[in-house]
Design a protein around this ligand. Sequence first.
Ligand SMILES: CNc1nc2cc3c(=O)[nH]c(N)nc3c(CC[C@H]3O[C@@H](OC)[C@H](OC)[C@@H]3OC)c2[nH]1
Ligand SMILES: [Zn+2]
Length: 377
Amino acid sequence: MERKLPVTYELQKKSGKARAGKITAPHGEIETPVFMPVGTQATVKTMTPEELESIGSQIILGNTYHLYLRPGDDLVAKFGGLHKFMNWNKPILTDSGGFQVFSLGSLRKITEKGVEFRSHIDGSKHTLTPEKSIHIQNNLGSDIVMLFDECPPGLSSREYIIPSIERTTRWARRCVEAHQRPDEQGLFAIVQGGIYEDLRDKSLNELSEMDSAFSGYAIGGLAVGEPREDMYRILDYIVEKCPENKPRYLMGVGEPLDMLEAVESGIDMMDCVQPTRIGRHGTVFTKYGRLVIKNASYAEDDRPLDEDCDCYVCRNFKRGYIRHLFKAEEVLGQRLATYHNLYFLLKLMKDARKAILEDRFKEFKDEFIKNYNMGKN
Ligand SMILES: CNc1nc2cc3c(=O)[nH]c(N)nc3c(CC[C@H]3O[C@@H](OC)[C@H](OC)[C@@H]3OC)c2[nH]1
Ligand SMILES: [Zn+2]
């Protein structure tokens, strides 16, 4: 008898390949499509949990690599896990750390056992293995645990990707074996295969042999420097081949136009550091495209960041004031820009969900793209 998985999915409506649904996780329900703010070091930078809840965040992300290095997953476990440690009581998804080892670590060496690397913090030597990654995530107590995979560098050759997929599949088996709380923390598979349809099939077919252990499927290996049209082509090809009764998560995508393309291909969940990272540097999303607030042209501009946004920031502050905060290097500027950017993406997914429920997603997407490309700010 198939064991009840801790994370389940209910498909509610389809509009083309786009889907509206509901994920049920140990710490709560998630209406999809959903954008997941990234909280790498147990905080979504500059935001309090209360603010995150007030803008409609349903689930946030944490990261194995960072929390293992600092403050240590054992310490987080002593505080009762990540939810208690950071006072976030809704679902949390943690990445498995492989990606960060390659994007942040130094002196890395991949072997069958795992990945050796030096910490970007103090240069100390570490080895992350499938077992270690899963045990760290068990200590963190996240609702959704990601497989320990290799995300090949963007535009890797077929010759590199084929053996990488096979090792990642062997690592997946070891992750399933090592998982200490399969009834409390949902395990997500991560499909690799670069920009090659047949290699995407290879990765998905090999992982599907362990399907009963997986609560969901992530599409990995994208948003790593490949041309946009290759990412769209692969999404259009592989997403609908993932199980219809489980959530589908596209890793690392958070540009508005890319998110709508992903939703159109059947993706339910997305994450990206962009809204928080560019927000801290003074770039904000608006209905008509990005806006760089430090631009002199906004010095006396008494309009809100986005005249069509009803967030706390857009209801209470003008562009001229927020530009001043950035020029004066006042930290409130970073907070207001981050708050608005997160609200913008969360609202975009909420509006997309409504459009799907009303079976008009294609029209919604085309209208958004037309306005966003106008670039009139
Ligand atoms: C930006 N483009 C992008 N493509 C990615 C592809 C992969 C992948 O194939 N495998 C794994 N394991 N992770 C990936 C990731 C990292 C996402 C994490 O990276 C962190 O954001 C930087 C965040 O950590 C809280 C997030 O957690 C899920 C990707 N990011
Ligand atoms: Zn706003």
